[in-house]
Structures are given as structure tokens and as C-alpha cells.
Design a protein. Sequence first.
Length: 282
Amino acid sequence: MGDIESEVARHYGAEGLLERIAEAVGAGPGQPIDREALGQIDEFHIGGAAATLRLIGGLPVMAESHILDIGCGIGGPARLIAAETGARVTGIDLTETFVSVAEELSRRTGQGERLSFVCASALDLPFDDGSFDLATLLHVGMNIADKEGLMREAARVLRAGGRLAIYDVMQTGSGAPDFPVPWAADAATSFLARPGEYADCAAKAGFETVHECQRREEALDFFADRRARLADRKASGLPPPPGLNLVMGADAAAKIANLTTAIEQGHIAPVEMIFRKTRPGA
Ligand SMILES: C[S@@+](CC[C@H](N)C(=O)[O-])C[C@H]1O[C@@H](n2cnc3c(N)ncnc32)[C@H](O)[C@@H]1O
């Protein structure tokens, strides 16, 4: 693992995460966990489960499909996609604790057979050429400087005609966010790129672009809705519901505030891009 990757894994790594999650959903040691009860906790990207379903909505996914979720975090998108489509999903992630939490949560939600998780880098995928029908990448590219390498590896492990579905925070204006943001404590591990840079790197790797859509308005609605729900609970004397703060750590509020401000200012926005592998890479 290179210096940047070690730093990224350190940023996300958290002690006692599984125990905190199990406690938040009221599951004792080793007890089964209801996948839907994890809803606010295990989708580490803007828009939660709805954004995952929107991303893969128009794609030809069947129960026979094998999907690779690159940068799978604690496995929420993988569990949701497997539950909705019946497909087999393999997740890979740099952060060792996330991979072990993903495995254990999937076992305890009863999905262990359809899901597997491996600790690995997106830039060096431990799979044969042409192994997957679809690869997904949700809020991961912001940590990866080498977008060409990212696209090259994704293209390599996809079969001809396979799709790569990306939902990343991208640079859409000229300013930078203040730090920390959810993916980085400072600029050293933040590599925001424009949609055009993703498309150029994808084209070099042998992909054609079949869909691109900026989701700024949806992101602002998502954060406004979240603020309103938190305010309602506070007014009723209730604590915030268990959510991504369990995964993001003590400075979760500052990370979300900086992210929201940069989206409001038009510097950055989440963007969906779908690519289809049409030919061997250059
Ligand atoms: C913001 S989280 C998103 C997790 C997940 N995709 C989701 O939406 O719930 C970013 C994840 O990308 C992983 N990641 C960052 N750089 C990576 C790389 N080079 N290879 C593999 N995983 C990486 C991190 O460890 C982290 O789990």
C-alpha cells in the first residue's frame, strides 16, 4: 500500500465500529440484524439508499449478474443491490476494519452467501480479466489521484459490454471545500476531478459514456431534509437517530457542514456517470 492509500485507510479506520453499529440497532453480540434497520448508517454517500438505487436503476442487472463494488465501505450499497436484484456482489475496500464490518453485517443480515468482501486497492484489483458484468463506485474517486489507473483496472475486470456506474463528488466550480470533508481530513488525500476528466480517462480505458447527470439539487434537498428531521427530533427532546456519524467519527458534523457549504457555493457536486466497456483500452 502506498503512502496516500495508507493515509486514506487511516482516515476511515475506526475502532469498535461493529459494536457501535450493533448497539445502535439494538442487536446483542452475534445476533441477527435487520438490513433495513441499518438504512441511515451503512450508505456512506450523499442521498443514502435512494441514491444507490437511482444509480443502478436503468442498468441490465439480473440474478445471474456478478457485480463488483469498488470502495464498498461497510457494505451498505452491496447489501442493498444484492437484496434488490438477487445478484452476487463482491466488495473491495482499502480500509481493513470496513471490510471486516462489511463481512460481519452481511452475515448477520442473512446475506452471506450472495456477498463477499476483500481488502484491496481499486488500483490493483485481485480479480481475473472479464470477471464482472457491472462495477459500481460510490463516493470513492475523491480519494484516488490516478483516475486513469482507476478506469484501467475497472475496464480490465469487466466483460465486454459491462458497465461501470460511478457516483462521486466532483469538481463543478472553481473553489475548493474547507476541510475536513467526509472523505479527507485535508487536501493531501482529496483528489476532486471534473466530470470531463473522468470521461477522458474512461475513454482511454475503452469505455463510452452512456449517462452523465449532476445531482446538486438532490444533494441540497437531502441535506435540508436531514437538518429538518434533526431539528424536529431536538424539539421533541429526542437525540439524533443513529446515522453516518457512527462511521464518520467525532468531527462528523464539521465534515457534513463543509461538504454542504461547498455544494451550496457551486464548487463541488455529486455526479452520476455510467460507462460501457466497448473496446480494449489504449
Ligand atoms: C466515502 S466512503 C464510501 C463507501 C461506500 N462506497 C458507500 O457509498 O457506502 C469511501 C470508501 O472508499 C474507500 N477507498 C478510498 N480509496 C480507495 C482505493 N484506492 N481503493 C479501494 N478503496 C478505497 C475507503 O476506504 C472508503 O471505504
